[in-house]
Design a protein around this ligand. Structure first.
Ligand SMILES: [Zn+2]
Length: 110
């Protein structure tokens, strides 16, 4: 199958630089999001396809989707993200909603 051959070629091309595959996956996801915002569905689909390709490569190599590092423990392999990147993601999510902090308490920092 053509698709599998293409994936095979990508896996070969990136097996020695999985970090680059991870960067490209992230970049294409970002571009897809930008295309979505600009209302360019054709480009959006293109970038999602490319991101899927690179993530398929990382799957095959058993590598972290964020940084491309090798995954060793079953939990990390299951969620496809290494422990450090997973913790960083979790922190980013819990740190995010600043608007839930009470307003107008204490002194004005400005
Ligand atoms: Zn990682």
């Amino acid at each position: 199958m053509g698709v599998d051959l293409a994936l095979e070629a990508l896996v070969k091309a990136y097996e020695r630089r999985p970090g680059l595959a991870a960067q490209k996956a992230a970049w294409h996801r970002q571009q897809a999001e930008l295309c979505h915002q600009r209302g360019e569905p054709d480009h959006e689909v293109h970038h999602y396809d490319r991101a899927d390709n690179y993530e398929a490569v990382l799957d095959r190599l058993v590598r972290c989707r964020r940084c491309g590092r090798e995954l060793t423990d079953p939990v990390s392999i299951e969620r496809k993200i290494g422990p450090e990147c997973y913790r960083r993601d979790a922190r980013a999510q819990t740190a995010e909603p600043a608007d839930q902090l009470p307003l107008n308490t204490g002194t004005d920092p400005l």
